[in-house]
Write a protein that binds this ligand. Structure first.
Ligand code: ADP
Ligand code: MG
Length: 693
C-alpha cells in the first residue's frame, strides 16, 4: 500500500488550482494523471523578465516588465485590425496591441487613467515601444508584478502556459517534505539539495543552473529516479535469485540430432552464447541472461538448442514471442528440427480457444509437450506445465518485468533467457534489465551480403516504382513500409491503403497489404502469401518490424523514412539481406530534412552495425525516445536524461546493489524512506514482490 504521506501527490490533476475537467484532461495527456506527474513535468527553459524603470529604457527584443499609465483606447476601425491601448510614463509613449479581443473587456481591465504593470516582449515600431499581447497586465497597486524568472514548460494544444504554471505551482505546494532516502554523505559530497528543495528550484528557478540537467537540483532528482529504477530491478533480481534454482544439464543427444539436421554450422558467437547459457543452466542458481543480437544474427537456433538442453534433462521449455505472427513463425521454423529430434512442440496463442486450447493445456500438464511456443497467452493462470525448466522470451522489451516473473513462477527454479533483436546501448541495458548477464551475438552468419542503402527524396517516388517490375521479374520480393504516426492511425492506414491501391494499379494484383488493424488470421494469411512467393510486394505499416523472416525479400522501401527512429529503421532494414541475393534499402524522405533526421538517414547509409546505430540513436535523440520508449516497454524517465546522466546511472546501480546486499527485504533503518522512493516513482511492482516474498 502506498504510504499516506504520498496521498496528496497521487490525487488526480483536477484537484489542482486552475485545472477543471477540460484542462485537466489536457494536463493529463501532457504529463500524466496525478499531481506528481506535474511535478515531473520539467521546464525546458526560462523567461527572464527584465524589470525596466521606464518606457525609454526597455530594450528591443527583451521580455520586460514595467509600470505605465493608461492613456487612451484605439479600437480597430476596420475588422481584423488590432486593438491598441496607448500608455505613457514620464519618458514617453507606448502601445499595447491586441488582436481579436472584445473592446469592453479591455476598457474594464485597462481603464483610462489607471496605473498598470505590464509584461511582455518589447518591440519597437518606428521607434515607438509596443508590446503585442502582453503576457501579463494588471493594476499596479493590486496584483504583484510577475516574478522575474519564470520557467517555460512544454505545452499541448489548448493548454496555455499560465494555467499550466499555476497548476504546477499548486502541485509544488502539495509536495510534502519527504524523509531523506539518499545517503547523507553522498548528498554532501555532491552538494545536492533535499528532495523538496530540489523540486522547488526546478519549478521556481532563480537562474539557468536551477533547471540545467547537470545543475544540483536536476541531478539530484534524476538520481532519485535512477535509484528507484535500479533498486526495483535489484530487488526483483535478488528475490528471483533467492528462489532456489536447479542444475539442468542434458546429455547432448537431442542437440546432436538437431545440429546434424542443420544446413549450416553455428557461428563463433552462437557457440559462445550457448556455452554461457549451458554453463548457467548447469548451476544450481537460476539463470537470468540476456541474449542480444542484431536482426538476422541467428538467435532462434540458440534458443532451440538451449531448450533442447532442458528437454534432454527431462524437463519442458517455453518460447514466448510478442506477436502472433512471430510465434507462428518460430513454431514453423522449429517444428521440422524438433521432429528430426523426436521432440514434441506445440503452439499456444490468444487465438487458440475452447477444445483445441484445452487439449494443448492437458498435454502440457501431462508432459506430452516438450516445447511450448506462444504469445502472452502462455502467461494465463490456467496454463500449467508438468515441469518447466527454461523460459525463453523473445523481444523482451515488449513484455514487462512482471510478466517475466509470472512465467518463471510456472515452474520450479525456472531459468530465464531473454532475447532482444534491438541492440541497446550499454546504459539502456542497465535501465531495462539491471545487472543481467549478457551474451552478444556480434557476428553475422556467413554469406550475408551488405544491404545497399540509398537516401532518396520522395519526389522521386515515381522512379522507384518504375524500377520495381524489373526487379520483380528477376524473382525479387519487395517490402514497402508506410509510416505509422501515433496521432492519427486512421490517416496512416489510409496512406498505406492508398499506396497499396496505386501499386496494384501499376504492378498488378500480386501486391498485398498488412497493417496493425487487421485480424491476426488475416495478417498471417497475407504474410504467408508473401513468404511463399504468391505476392511480390508487401505494403505494410510497421507491423513487419519485428522478426519476420522472408529470405527472398531483397528490397525494402521505407516511405517517409524521416519519421522513423534509427532503431526502427535498422530493424526494418534487417528484414532484407537475409538470403543469398544482393539486397537494397530505399529510404524515401520528404524534404526539407531537419538536422537530426538528416544525421539519422546518413547514419543508416554509413553503417549496418546495430550496436553503433543504437549508440548514435541515443546521442541524437536522448534516451527517452530511443526505441520509441512507449511501445518498447523500456522504462521512461521523466527527470533523468541518459544522454546526460549516464554516469549517475552507474552510481545508482552501485548504490542499489549495496542496499540490496545489506538489506534485501528493505526492513533496515533506510528502508522506510527507500520504500517511499519506490512508491514515488511508481515502482510498486517491485514492492509487491517484496511482500509476497
Ligand atoms: P534473429 O532471430 O537473430 O533475427 P534468426 O534466428 O531468424 O535471426 O536467423 C536468421 C537466419 O539466419 C535464419 O534463416 C537462420 O536459419 C539463419 N542462420 C542462423 N544461424 C546461422 C548460421 N550459423 N549460419 C548460417 N545461417 C544461419
Ligand atoms: Mg528472431
Amino acid at each position: 500500500m502506498r504510504p499516506a504521506i504520498l496521498y496528496p501527490l497521487f490525487a488526480p490533476v483536477t484537484t489542482l488550482p486552475g485545472l477543471g475537467p477540460r484542462l485537466g484532461k489536457l494536463a493529463e495527456r501532457l504529463a500524466g494523471p496525478h499531481v506528481v506527474d506535474l511535478l515531473w513535468h520539467r521546464p525546458t527553459g526560462l523567461i527572464d523578465r527584465l524589470s525596466v524603470p521606464s518606457i525609454e529604457a526597455a530594450p528591443e527584443g527583451r521580455i520586460v516588465t514595467l509600470t505605465v499609465r493608461v492613456d487612451g483606447h484605439a479600437p480597430p476601425v476596420i475588422a481584423n485590425r488590432p486593438y491598441r491601448v496607448r500608455c505613457t510614463d514620464h519618458t514617453g509613449l507606448m502601445e499595447l496591441v491586441f488582436f481579436h479581443v472584445k473592446g469592453d473587456w479591455l476598457t474594464k481591465r485597462l481603464p483610462v487613467g489607471q496605473k498598470v504593470v505590464v509584461s511582455g516582449k518589447a518591440e519597437r515600431f518606428n521607434g515607438q515601444l509596443q508590446i503585442v499581447h502582453p503576457d501579463y497586465f494588471g493594476p499596479a497597486e493590486e496584483a504583484p508584478p510577475p516574478t522575474q524568472v519564470e520557467p517555460v514548460y512544454p505545452l499541448t494544444g489548448g493548454l496555455n502556459p499560465k494555467p499550466l504554471r499555476t497548476a504546477i505551482q499548486g502541485a509544488l505546494s502539495k509536495a510534502p517534505d519527504l524523509p531523506e532516502w539518499q545517503d547523507s554523505a553522498w548528498l554532501r559530497m555532491r552538494g545536492w539539495p533535499a528532495w523538496k528543495a530540489a523540486l522547488t528550484s526546478l519549478h521556481q528557478p532563480a537562474d539557468e543552473a536551477d533547471i540545467n540537467p547537470l545543475g544540483p537540483a536536476r541531478a539530484r532528482l534524476a538520481f532519485d529516479e535512477l535509484l528507484a529504477n535500479q533498486l526495483a530491478l535489484a530487488l526483483v533480481r535478488w528475490h528471483q535469485r533467492r528462489v532456489a534454482g536447479r542444475p539442468v544439464q542434458g546429455d547432448g543427444r537431442l542437440r546432436a540430432k538437431v545440429s546434424a539436421a542443420l544446413p549450416y554450422t553455428l557461428t563463433g558467437a552462437q557457440a559462445r552464447a550457448l556455452d554461457d547459457i549451458h554453463a548457467d543452466m548447469a548451476q544450481p542458481v537460476r539463470m537470468l541472461r540476456l541474449l542480444q543480437g542484431d536482426v538476422g544474427s541467428g538467435k532462434t537456433i540458440v534458443a532451440l538448442l538451449a531448450m533442447l538442453n532442458a528437454v534432454e534433462a527431462g524437463c519442458q521449455a517455453a518460447l514466448m514471442a510478442p506477436t502472433e505472427i512471430l510465434a507462428r513463425q518460430h513454431a514453423e521454423t522449429l517444428e521440422p528440427l524438433c521432429r528430426a529430434a523426436g521432440v514434441t512442440l506445440a503452439i499456444l496463442t490468444g487465438r487458440d480457444k475452447g477444445k483445441a486450447r484445452q487439449a494443448v493445456l492437458d498435454r502440457l500438464a501431462a508432459g506430452g509437450i516438450d516445447i511450448l511456443v506462444g504469445t502472452h497467452a502462455v502467461f494465463q493462470e490456467d496454463v500449467a506445465f508438468k515441469d518447466l525448466a527454461l523460459a525463453v522470451i523473445d523481444e523482451q522489451h515488449k513484455f514487462g518485468v512482471h510478466q517475466r516473473l509470472q512465467l518463471a513462477a510456472k515452474g520450479r527454479g525456472v531459468d530465464t533467457l531473454v532475447m532482444t533483436a534491438t541492440p541497446i546501448p550499454r546504459t539502456l541495458t542497465l535501465t531495462a534489465y539491471g545487472d543481467m548477464d549478457v551474451s552478444r551475438l556480434d557476428e553475422k552468419p556467413p554469406g550475408r551480403k551488405p544491404v545497399k542503402t540509398s537516401v532518396i527524396p520522395l519526389d522521386r517516388l515515381e522512379e522507384v516504382v518504375e524500377g520495381l517490375p524489373r526487379a520483380i521479374s528477376q524473382g525479387q520480393r519487395v517490402y514497402w513500409v508506410c509510416p505509422l504516426v501515433e496521432e492519427s492511425e486512421q490517416t496512416d492506414l489510409a496512406a498505406a491503403t492508398l499506396r497499396h491501391a496505386t501499386l496494384r494499379e501499376r504492378l498488378g494484383d500480386r501486391v498485398g497489404l498488412v497493417h496493425g488493424k487487421m485480424k491476426g488470421t488475416d495478417k498471417d494469411a497475407v504474410m504467408a502469401r508473401f513468404a511463399s512467393g504468391e505476392l511480390d510486394v508487401l505494403v505494410a505499416t510497421t507491423v513487419i518490424e519485428v522478426g519476420v523472416n522472408v529470405p527472398e525479400a531483397t528490397i525494402m522501401v521505407i516511405e517517409h523514412a524521416e519519421r522513423f527512429g534509427l532503431a526502427q529503421l535498422h530493424q526494418l532494414r534487417g528484414r532484407v539481406g537475409r538470403g543469398a541475393a544482393e539486397s537494397r534499402c530505399l529510404l524515401l524522405y520528404a524534404a526539407p530534412l531537419g538536422e537530426v533526421a538528416r544525421e539519422r538517414l546518413a547514419t543508416m547509409k554509413d553503417t549496418e552495425d546495430g550496436f553503433l546505430i543504437a549508440e548514435k540513436d541515443l546521442q541524437l535523440r536522448g534516451a527517452g525516445e530511443v526505441l520509441g520508449t512507449k511501445q518498447s516497454g523500456l522504462p521512461e524517465f521523466r527527470l533523468a536524461d541518459l544522454a546526460v546522466h549516464g554516469e549517475l546511472l552507474a552510481a545508482a546501480r552501485d548504490d542499489a546493489r549495496l542496499i540490496v546486499e545489506r538489506d534485501p527485504e528493505l526492513t533496515g533503518p533506510r528502508a522506510g524512506s527507500l520504500r517511499i522512493l519506490l512508491y514515488l516513482f511508481e515502482r510498486d511492482a517491485a514492492i509487491k514482490y517484496l511482500r509476497s516474498g
